[in-house]
Design a protein around this ligand. Structure first.
Ligand code: AMP
Length: 596
């Protein structure tokens, strides 16, 4: 093999793509495919649109726009409106209620994918067709061939990748509704994947597919520890997930080490299929147990990842977008290993991949693959959407997609910036998700949800003749799991009877109860979000905040209290004025069932 022996520089952004290091035909074909579609971006897009329009020509949705069988771009653009989820919601509800007519798509809807984006507090439901799995699988199949150009010998070991399934439900009409990765891990595409030396996981399918998050994580961690010398990359989908795994190790290493020492599995693991598969894997290994005791009992967890998994070449985690807040912590635990953001996708559509996956997080760009769907881009000034090959370097756009599953000119809500072109395909930096104020894991809380939370919590203050005069918020990720912090300035009209501690704690819970179902699932089922905190600040603090902003050039007429803060001097100002701190005393309500 002509593989180099060194990991290439962590920032090969200026380097041309090296020739494939993995000399197998499959890899070469994958790279060739990327080159072909990105050299022919516009014609591939034209073909994709034509295919989608032809496939769905007789659907109820497209017929509403009098296309009369037209599949060309001009008719598409002039007749079909750009829409949001809320525009489609009534039709989506009909499908959820059991209407099997071809509303959006000529193919039968096989299930709903539940997005982490919410509408009216519940996850959005995205219609999905079985045929789409092949297209998504194709994108997955491109990831390792690209990575092999940068990191050699990834076929010489395994990936410790923490993968989880989440709860699924049925809609009133009987369709399954579940998150996109739960659907993928439960599909034959994943469960019966052919042997691929570049995609071997330490986690057995039995652990990945276990719906109990504790048992799943425990088993995946145990396997990772047992196979620690084989591990070449450590990852999870998002950075928050990997940090949750580290936190899990901090809390459970004694039991894990006991299991390794004795070759027995903790009685907390009751899933029969996990017990059966682990019986074959677990053998007493006191030496390994001793090593784990030594590393984990130390106060110092700096570089714990490379200490336990010394052959790790990089972290396989997304650290773009809201996940950028976790980069310093990941660097602390990994000694600054490269962080590979390999792909960009959503429940609605998989968009593309990072052709330089070992680049610095601030340089990460994703190349949208023109074969995945039809893509348009609304410029910053809200003018008419542009096609994939007409966007300009440096400019910002909102992504609009048309998919084989039946979404037409659908606003995803992501803001992207063009950084460069690969052949004729633009590469995009993920800038942000529109309207997201707070995010710890996959939760996305917007300003109106936060406002509603404040209003609902304030009701509890009425009997104390107290109101919330100002507030702001902060996503605190210093501890794991992270949590929402809300700063409150109160007006207490009856100073002799201020709100009690107990009531202010209950206000935290009332806020949590008002937040969307993805937030509450993170609190209840995934333990990925900690209890919400309210910090009451001294009267006059928000006026000081305004003075500070004005001293830095803000206009007094236009000044608005920021509803989310992260700038260090502002945090310091707020924290220095805190007079009391309160935490949610219990978890909010959450069940997989939708409230509507
Ligand atoms: P979901 O539909 O719940 O899977 O969420 C999809 C959303 O997650 C996307 O629309 C993005 O906002 C975000 N996302 C997905 N991949 C990335 C990425 N690589 N970097 C930043 N954000 C991402």
């Amino acid at each position: 093999m002509a593989c180099g022996s060194e990991l290439l520089s962590p920032s090969p952004i200026e380097q041309p793509l090296a020739p494939a290091t993995a000399c197998d035909e499959k890899s070469a074909k994958a790279l060739q495919f990327i080159e072909e579609v990105t050299k022919n971006t516009d014609s591939v897009q034209e073909r994709v649109l034509e295919e989608i329009m032809r496939q769905n020509a007789d659907t109820e949705y497209l017929k509403r726009f009098d296309l009369n069988g037209a599949t060309d771009r001009k008719s598409f653009k002039s007749k079909i409106p750009v829409v949001t989820y809320e525009d489609l919601q009534p039709d989506i509800q009909r499908i959820a209620n059991g209407d099997r007519s071809t509303i959006f798509c000529a193919y039968p809807i096989s299930e709903f994918l539940t997005s982490s984006g919410t509408s009216a507090g519940e996850r959005k439901l995205m219609p999905f067709i079985h045929e789409e799995l092949d297209r998504r699988q194709l994108l997955y199949s491109l990831l390792m061939p690209v990575m092999n150009q940068y990191v050699p010998d990834l076929d010489k070991g395994k990936a410790l990748h923490f993968l989880f399934v989440k709860a699924e439900t049925k809609t009133p009409g009987g369709l399954v509704a579940r998150p996109v990765l739960t659907s993928y891990y439960k599909s034959d595409h994943f469960k019966n994947r052919p042997f691929d030396p570049y995609n071997l996981y330490t986690s057995p399918n039995e652990a990945i597919l276990c719906p109990d998050s504790f048992q799943s994580m425990y088993t995946q961690m145990l396997c990772g520890l047992i196979m620690r010398h084989q591990v070449l990359r450590v990852g999870a989908v998002f950075a928050s997930g990997l940090l949750r795994a580290i936190r899990f190790l901090q809390l459970n290493w004694q039991q894990l080490s006991h299991d390794i020492s004795t070759g027995t599995l903790s009685p907390k693991i009751t899933d029969p299929s996990i017990r059966e598969c682990m019986a074959k894997l677990l053998k007493p290994d006191p030496e390994l147990a001793e090593f784990i005791n030594m590393e984990c009992s130390s106060e110092d967890w700096e570089r714990i990842i490379t200490r336990i998994w010394p052959n790790t070449k990089y972290l396989d985690v997304i650290v773009t977008g809201a996940m950028a807040q976790y980069i310093p912590t990941l660097d602390y635990y990994s000694g600054g290993l490269p962080k590979a953001c390999t792909m960009y996708g959503s429940s609605e559509c998989y968009f593309g991949l990072n052709l330089r996956p070992i680049s610095d997080p601030s340089d990460v760009s994703y190349t949208i693959m023109p074969n995945m769907g039809y893509f348009e881009f609304i410029p910053h000034d809200d003018s008419s959407p542009l096609t994939l090959s007409h966007v300009e370097v440096g400019k910002y756009y909102e992504l609009v997609i048309t998919t084989y599953c039946g979404l037409n000119r659908y606003r995803v809500g992501d803001i992207l910036q063009v950084t460069r072109f690969h052949n004729t395909a633009p590469e995009f930096r993920f800038v942000r998700r529109k309207n997201v104020l707070l995010s710890i894991d996959s939760d996305k809380t917007d300003e109106s949800e936060l406002q509603r939370g404040i209003e609902n919590a304030s009701v509890l203050l009425k009997e104390f003749n107290t109101t919330v005069v100002e507030y702001t918020s902060y996503a605190d990720t210093k501890s794991i799991p992270g949590h929402y912090v809300i700063y409150w300035e109160l007006m207490i009209k009856n100073a002799s009877r201020p709100p009690t501690n107990e009531v202010l704690n209950q206000c935290c819970l009332a806020m949590e109860e008002s937040l969307n179902s993805v937030y509450r699932q993170g609190r209840v089922a995934d333990n990925s979000i900690g209890p919400l905190e309210i910090r009451v600040v001294k009267n006059g603090t928000f006026e000081e905040l305004m003075d500070y902003a004005i001293s830095r050039g803000a206009s007094i007429n236009q000044y608005k209290v920021p509803r989310c803060v992260s700038f260090t001097p502002i945090m310091e100002l707020l924290d220095s004025r805190v007079i009391s701190v309160h935490f949610s005393p219990a978890a909010p309500h959450w069940t997989p069932e939708r409230r509507r």
